[in-house]
Design a protein around this ligand. Sequence first.
Ligand code: TYD
Length: 226
Amino acid sequence: MKRGFFITFEGPEGAGKSTQARRLYEHLQVAGYPVILTREPGGTRIGELIRRILIDLRHTEMAPTTEILLFSAARAQLVSELIRPYLTTGGIVVCDRYADSTFAYQGYGLGRDIDELRAITNIATGGLKPDLTFYLRIDVEVGLQRKRVGRERVEGSSGHPPEWNRLDARDLAYHRRVAEGFNELVRQEPERWCVLDAEQSVDDLAEQIWQLVMSRLAQDTPIAAQ
Ligand code: TYD
């Protein structure tokens, strides 16, 4: 079966993932690669409805298990409706967050068992893993502040305006555990991750990402620009 290339972006709030995912997508498109851009939670009609439930500030009573299953349900729909079919055609998928967010946020952040989350994630994704994951590293407080003041919107191109949501509203200690969780995930699978400093300029970061993607595509896949 023909196989494409699956790129994900991860990081704490306000790292500028959405902006960078869009920049990469646009660059690949202009260069003539077959590419789609999507996001989690969301990316499909059903997934966007689930997203609304997940981020609603009024839903303070949501049980952690409900939260995990809703993220996983949105992911299952995205993988089956969009990601897997597109990879099968040999295309490149760029996704703003994926399963690593569940391990970092619900696992390390909320303290849920990682092996249990891996089992649920396997059901949701059928075992589909990214080929390459960018981790945009930023100090947690700087990131939260950036998100609060909507700096990503000022910089312009994320596509979705940043919203202050139920998950952002969790306390600083939670966001610190999440960031430490991401570091741990990178340590476990260093060959898949590429860690970049998100406090540098948007343009410099985009250029680094572009160079890395070009060299990986040259090594790993037969995908060519048309
Ligand atoms: P979003 O506004 O998209 O945040 P960001 O711009 O930082 O990606 O909201 C998504 C929120 O959902 C974000 O706080 C991270 C969280 N999340 C989880 O807790 N678990 C998950 O599995 C995923 C995909 C996201």
